[in-house]
Design a protein around this ligand. Structure first.
Ligand SMILES: *Cc1c(COP(=O)(O)O)cnc(C)c1O
Length: 426
């Protein structure tokens, strides 16, 4: 059977295949750059594992208090080395990215301190953590205040107002690398470095924390290479490589990590406790695979941008922009377009491919939301997934793909669904 027949078995027509082939051929050089980044980061991870003398004894499960969990302690050493921090907290007990960010902030802030976000509104879930939206147990309830300086309309930093916003209370700077599900640009690591340098010149002892979600291994450097005191992320996104079944990480300055650890477990206990229950091997192996998994996801995002931009849809980032995270937004302008796209992503999944996603009134959203995912790990967004609020401008956000071929299939399938519904012509 030839390739077209293989795709044909899954319902992809030759029309879609030929259109996609043309697009893919135009991306050879960019894909080669992505492969070079993956190669660099692969070596970085292997070097960290070798220097930490990783061995199969580190994959053993611990239970109970988890004293002397060598696998856990060594994995934290590997993360610290790979991301060039002094220390790390990498735990299955950090149950998500939001939780890791909460632990990093609440461990390092005290009553009377102030948080500053110099890059606009933080990720949705952090609004209740910080107390931008009132919530039980928010940092606001503990007497911690918050300030925000928005990016300028062209996406650059508003240095003048950032300088004005820094005061004697400013203790922690929250810098979100990825645009997340917002419309602002994603920040490159070097841009983040410029911002940190500017802030440290005004107030050297402030803690610069970077929400690194979706950014890990997209570039050859991380925010810790350009002055960040802490970087924080989720293991069911990039650094878990699709294998980590749970977890979050914080890497950075030793004193910052210690305070975060005292908050995660208990004052006095810190990093000394926390059983790993047998997940360590997946966390090591996921980190090992992460550079190539991220490369596949970035290729998928760029491929989608090119496929849909050529058809006249607005895409963010656009077809030629350099990439600093794995998220791709495509504006379809109609509910039907968004729904067909998500149906395609779902139909391409290895898990739950027979399910048809439908918009529903998800708690916490002001419109119906449609989500497509057929993942091995629930909620994992390093796996191919898409979601969209059913409201203008009818944009879908999609990310992930554990392999480039799967990401490609998802996009081909979305094209096929749109074509069959008469929403595009090829
Ligand atoms: C996903 C994400 C988070 C939160 O992570 P969860 O694991 O979903 O709690 C925070 N910030 C950004 C930018 C993210 O993309």
């Amino acid at each position: 059977m030839d390739m077209a027949m293989m795709y044909g078995q899954l319902g992809i027509s030759e029309k879609v295949l030929n259109y996609a082939k043309e697009v893919e051929e135009s991306l050879k050089e960019r894909f080669a750059e992505i492969d070079a980044t993956a190669e660099y980061n692969q070596i970085k991870v292997i070097k960290a594992m070798q220097d930490a003398r990783v061995s199969d004894v580190h994959f053993a499960a611990t239970t109970g208090y988890g004293y002397n969990d060598l696998g856990r302690d060594t994995l934290e050493e590997v993360y610290a080395k790979a991301f060039h921090g002094e220390d790390a907290l990498v735990r299955p007990q950090l149950i998500s990215g939001t939780h890791a960010l909460t632990v990093a902030m609440s461990g390092n802030l005290r009553p009377g301190d102030e948080i500053l976000s110099p890059v606009g509104k933080p990720y949705d879930t952090l609004e209740e953590v910080i107390g931008i939206r009132d919530s039980i147990g928010s940092l606001k309830e503990y007497g911690i205040s918050y300030r925000q300086v928005d990016l300028l309309p062209d996406g650059s930093f508003d240095y003048e107002n950032i300088k004005k916003a820094i005061n004697e209370k400013t203790k922690l700077i929250e810098i979100q690398r990825s645009k997340g599900y917002d419309t602002r640009p994603t920040l490159s690591v070097s841009k983040i470095g410029e911002l940190i340098s500017f802030i440290k010149e005004i107030k050297p002892d402030v803690i610069c924390m970077v929400d690194n979600c979706y950014g890990e291994f997209v570039e050859t450097i991380e925010p810790t290479d350009v002055g960040a005191d802490m970087i924080v992320g989720s293991l069911i996104k990039n650094p878990g490589g699709g294998l980590a079944p749970i977890g979050g990480y914080i890497v950075g300055r030793k004193d910052c990590i210690e305070r975060a650890a005292y908050r995660l477990t208990a004052p006095g206990l810190g990093k000394e406790v926390g059983a790993t229950l047998g997940v360590s091997q997946s966390l090591y192996q996921g980190l090992f695979l992460s550079p190539t998994v991220v490369a596949g996801a970035v290729k998928g995002a760029i491929f989608a941008a090119n496929v849909y931009e050529k058809l006249g849809f607005a895409v963010v980032p656009n077809s030629t922009e350099s990439r600093h995270d794995i998220i791709q937004a495509i504006t379809f302008g109609t509910a039907e377009g968004v729904i067909k796209f998500c149906e395609g992503i779902q139909a391409a999944a290895p898990v739950d491919s027979y399910v048809v996603p439908e918009p529903w009134a998800m708690p916490g959203y002001d419109s119906d939301v449609i989500m497509a995912a057929g993942a091995f790990v629930q909620g994992s967004s390093i796996e191919l997934s898409a979601d969209a609020p059913i409201k203008p401008p009818y944009a879908v956000y999609f990310q992930g793909g554990l392999t480039w071929y799967h990401a490609k299939l998802g996009i081909l399938m979305s094209l096929q669904k749109l074509l069959d519904a008469g929403l595009i012509t090829l």
